[in-house]
Design a protein around this ligand. Structure first.
Ligand SMILES: [Zn+2]
Length: 384
């Protein structure tokens, strides 16, 4: 067997409504008193967190809420949040929100736990020292950030940098599907498709694909593809929401160990330049990257097709083709934009996007087929 290593978060709690009892739950696990909760303003003001905050108070937690996390958090937001948390003497960090809140929580836990500047942490394996205890609670079923060792920061006008380190694996992930009931259909679709891409790209990742990530990716894709439309059309369906949240987490565990590839690489310029949400960016290029990859990944796509495409028969090539068409139809059925031109991209932007995409060498190296600038351009042209 090919050697491999697999890591994940040691404690995962799945229970609808559990965050109403967050105070006593954390009290069972931690003796500290000063807690910093990282979230976004919308969630904080929506009242969704009220019960969790009240239960923290009742259990004796001194809670500082940092709620100025925005999507694609810029570096200064992270540094200001760290300063606030340090000032209040935070002893434990809780991320509660979408991927951005959880990514900022990861960085706070290391910035407060060790004396290392953020600029020295960018890249793979550069975090030194320890971190504060870290608990992650997702409110979208998408990024899987609650179980990944990656944090993405916006470091320039259109550029992002990642901190990737095993130190960023949280101590605990709490999945409370009630927190996701109110997520609008479009955000449900975009984040859900992002999670599906995590599963697909983990399953076909070139170097680190392994039996555990395969098992997780398969289970994730099944849960996600079976429940995506139900969760979009019937947002209050708790069973569908739970399946999506679990699927997104399993996909997160898969790609944390068997990383994502060209769909994500080519999605980055769409998000970076045009500020299109991460999930939608992925969904826009998904079928076109998969068609490009099909000659090199037909067997793997055929295996996935058997899981999600009804009555899937024929050669591997035929099954792979059916898989890609199925995903395309699924995306269309969610009502998300399907063409780059619908999100503000112009034909004349495609060259620059292809050039930017080529910079994602860490991700492109995982793709089953090598991608050159002309290939990227052709993929964008097909998605236009
Ligand atoms: Zn993603």
């Amino acid at each position: 067997m090919k050697k491999f290593e697999f890591r994940t978060v040691p404690c995962i709690i799945v229970e609808a409504g559990i965050t109403d009892k967050l105070g006593p739950l954390l009290r069972e696990h931690y003796p500290q008193t000063r807690l910093c909760l990282v979230t976004d303003r919308y969630l904080h003001q929506s009242g969704l967190l009220d019960k969790a905050l009240a239960s923290l108070r009742a259990a004796g937690w001194q809670t500082q809420v940092i709620d100025d996390v925005i999507a694609d958090p810029p570096e200064h937001v992270v540094l200001e949040a760290a300063q606030l948390a340090r000032k209040s003497g935070a002893e434990i960090i809780v991320g509660l929100g979408g991927g951005s809140s959880m990514d900022v929580a990861k960085l706070l836990s290391v910035l407060l736990g060790a004396d290392q500047p953020l600029t020295e942490m960018y890249g793979i394996g550069n975090v030194r020292g320890r971190r504060l205890p870290l608990v992650q609670i997702p409110t979208t079923a998408g990024t899987g950030s609650e179980v990944t060792p990656v944090s993405i920061v916006t470091t320039g006008e259109t550029t992002k940098s990642g901190v990737v380190s095993p130190t960023l694996y949280a101590d605990m992930a709490i999945l409370d599907a009630r927190l996701t009931l109110g997520l609008p259909a479009k955000a449900t679709a975009a984040t859900g498709i992002d999670a599906m891409v995590h599963a697909i790209e983990a399953y076909t990742s070139r170097h680190l694909k392994n039996p555990i990530s395969d098992m997780l990716a398969i289970q994730a894709l099944k849960l996600l593809s079976d429940n995506l439309l139900r969760a979009c059309d019937h947002g209050q369906d708790l069973a569908a929401r739970e399946a999506m949240l679990l699927g997104a987490m399993l996909a997160g565990q898969a790609f944390a160990n068997s990383p994502v590839a060209a769909v994500h690489a080519l999605a980055y310029p769409i998000g970076g330049i045009f500020h299109v949400p991460h999930g939608l960016s992925n969904s826009l290029v998904l079928p076109h990257v998969l068609r490009f990859n099909a000659s090199h990944a037909a067997t793997l796509y055929a295996e996935l097709a058997e899981l999600v495409v009804p009555n899937c028969t024929g050669s591997n090539e035929a099954k792979a083709d059916a898989f890609i068409s199925h995903l395309e139809r699924l995306t269309q059925a969610t009502g998300l934009e399907c063409k780059l031109r619908e999100v503000g991209v112009k034909q004349t932007d495609l060259r620059r996007m292809a050039q930017e995409g080529m910079k994602q060498t860490r991700l492109l190296g995982n793709n089953p087929r090598e991608v050159g600038e002309e290939d990227a351009y052709a993929i964008y042209a097909a998605a236009f």
